[in-house]
Design a protein around this ligand. Structure first.
Ligand SMILES: [Zn+2]
Length: 275
């Protein structure tokens, strides 16, 4: 079970979170297990999406992977030495709340200057709506829609209608997400970064500045003696889409039984056939 909230993987309790606040303090895996009569494991959705991408998605076989989801919600999943890293209380990977602007704008977590306040969907849409561009009035009209649908609208305006304000906004998100990932690289030294979520559909517009930023500021991490092949960080687009969490959850369960059969069994979950 992949839940969009911090979950303590040892006792299954959902931690304080501004989203899913009615789930806080509950043990959803235990409740579901009672209703189904089957054992249920639980993990954070971004952590499990990262495990999915590192098992059968963009980076199969990579042992040290950081997955960043850039959607209306920002998530980060960490796979270290081939295993999902949950952290002491199940809150590892809260990249959205990394402080990047001391004293900056208020975030929904209660702190100021979190990454969310710089690249979150609300900031992107507020910035675009405040301009005098054609896109601004179009975006104001879509205020009632789901935030991910509105991000898709931004991408469409940028790619199809070549709206300069939207293009610039997506490039800026790429640079700022890249800078956050530089900090993660300095801490964890992953071999692979996988970027997924709604915004990755902007393709090169987002990914090029993101990739350039990470490569530019992490050269010191891959420097090797002359004549030796450099091992630079691979930065890939996610391939599993909305199925990443499902396949990661399957990987988590299956690896606890027999790691050698995990990949074959998960590949049997065919997203196309399953609709
Ligand atoms: Zn925050």
């Amino acid at each position: 079970m992949a839940l969009g909230a911090p979950v303590d993987v040892l006792d299954g309790i959902v931690h304080e979170t501004a989203r899913l606040n009615r789930w806080v303090g509950r043990k959803p895996a235990e409740e579901l297990a009672m209703r189904l009569g089957l054992p249920v494991d639980i993990g954070n959705d971004a952590t499990l999406a990262g495990l999915g991408e590192a098992t059968v998605g963009a980076a199969p076989g990579s042992h040290d992977v950081v997955y960043l989801k850039l959607s209306a919600a920002i998530g980060c999943g960490i796979v270290l030495a081939g295993r999902p890293y949950h952290g002491a209380a199940g809150t590892a990977g809260e990249l959205a709340h990394m402080t990047v602007v001391p004293g900056g704008a208020r975030c929904f977590c209660g702190n100021r200057g979190c990454l969310w306040t710089v690249i979150g969907s609300e900031r992107i849409l507020d910035e675009l709506e405040s301009t005098t561009s054609d896109s601004a009035s179009r975006l104001r009209e879509s205020r009632g829609l789901d935030p991910d649908e509105r991000l898709n609208q931004v991408i469409e305006l940028a790619l199809v209608e070549h709206d300069l304000a939207c293009q610039e906004q997506l490039r800026e998100v790429g640079v700022n997400a890249g800078l956050a990932l530089v900090n993660v690289c300095n801490l964890l030294n992953p071999s692979t970064i996988v970027v997924g979520g709604t915004l990755v559909q902007a393709g090169a517009l987002l990914m090029e500045p993101l990739r350039d930023t990470v490569i530019r500021f992490t050269r010191h991490l891959s420097r090797r003696p002359p004549g030796q092949r450099q091992r630079s960080i691979e930065i890939l687009e996610a391939t599993l889409g909305d199925w990443a969490e499902v396949q990661g959850a399957a990987a988590m369960v299956l690896r606890s039984y027999n790691p050698s059969i995990v990949r074959n069994l998960i590949e049997m979950i065919d997203p196309v056939d399953s609709g």
